[in-house]
Design a protein around this ligand. Sequence first.
Ligand code: 16M
Ligand code: FES
Ligand code: FE
Length: 443
Amino acid sequence: MDDLIDTKRGLQSASMFIDPHLYEVEMEKIFGRCWLFLTHESAIPNYGDFVTAKMGEDEVLVVRQEDGTVKAFLNVCRHRGARVCPVEAGNRRAFVCNYHGWSYAADGSLAAIPFEKELYGGKIDRCAHGLKEVAKVDSYRGFLFGNFDPGAISLEDYLGDVRWYLDIWMEASGGVELIGPPARSIVHCNWKAPTENFVGDAYHIGWTHASSLAASRSIFAPMSGNQMLPPAGAGAQIATRFGHGLGILYDVNPGVHTAQTAEKILAWQATKKDKIAEKYGELKARFYGSHLNGSLFPNVSYLWGTNTLKIWQPRGPSETEVWTWAMAEKDMPEDLKRDIYNGLHGGFGTAGYWEADDNDNMESASLLPTGWQSRKLRLNAQMGIGNDTVMDEMPGVIGQAAIGETSYRGYYRFYDEILKLPSWDAFDLNDEGWKQQLIDADR
Ligand SMILES: CCSc1ccccc1
Ligand code: FES
Ligand SMILES: [Fe+3]
């Protein structure tokens, strides 16, 4: 794996998008040890409410407990491995397996076995056959994450510096809600391809989305066909410790929406910005009115302004199931939420026209390296390399340009680190060397 990621020069091996052995290592070392997004608290408010979610290729049941906490379990019967709960969401105090009828309580314990006395003679240890519980479940600002590794660092530590940027829309905005259930679709690509696009690819907007920009008459339309670059000082790229990253396009929050919906969003935000500035400072208020594209390592992405949250669920090295939610500020009027929902799914939903633009790229970038010669190529994420820096007013390593690949380099720097990390015990939370690794990188 040594020649997979070259952090020093901002290069990655094209084989990372197709190598089946690497994929198995990712499932063990990344999806088996990192915090993975499950759902939002508001989706399971009451005792017995549940949703199914994915953690890597494992399907889990996320269940609200009687005491108000949330537990997650592998959705796999402990008898012969059948799926215990076949539906995506609902409310149940018990889950009964369709195969032989074993039933589990909401806390995952094995509650009843058909003909237990007659067929097992009381010789089965029910306590040892409860649903397999996910080691850790925790919530950040209402967003629920799970971790299979009992030795993992806390969610708060794992999010680290990126919390400052998440708080722009998860807190300063007054909080958001996911308008679901999520749309689900399959893209024939490796799960990292779209995640890296959302972590930092403002570069593709003008080129890939030329027709979509023109069709939607969006604020970004002048970038269509690369007619122009965003002016100097129009944005920034941010990389943080655990690979989470984002790009900011200043002051153009509703950039991807049609002119009509954008107008409504701008009017709405104008009613809140002063209060946000008072409470959270001018910079956060500005970022609240900016467009943010970001990914949380390993596989969840968001577009603040375009109003979407997406998970790129891996299904083998060359297939990804995309879950897409629309996202709106909790206190928005219902008609604006509906406009946002319709605009989002028309653009970035399963058959969205922006999504269709992107999927062609995701598929070609992921499928071309199946060629013996193509897979030996290095992918280039050197844009802005050597100019990254730190700034007092905002955390992380910063690329001070609207278009750059700082957050790509940050994402793959941690990807390399976590693949090589023996265990979380070997991890030094206080080691700030990661910043210098990125700042000292050069061509
Ligand atoms: C094209 C929608 S906005 C965006 C910006 C950067 C990365 C991904 C999406
Ligand atoms: S120009 Fe970026 S992948 Fe071809
Ligand atoms: Fe795109």
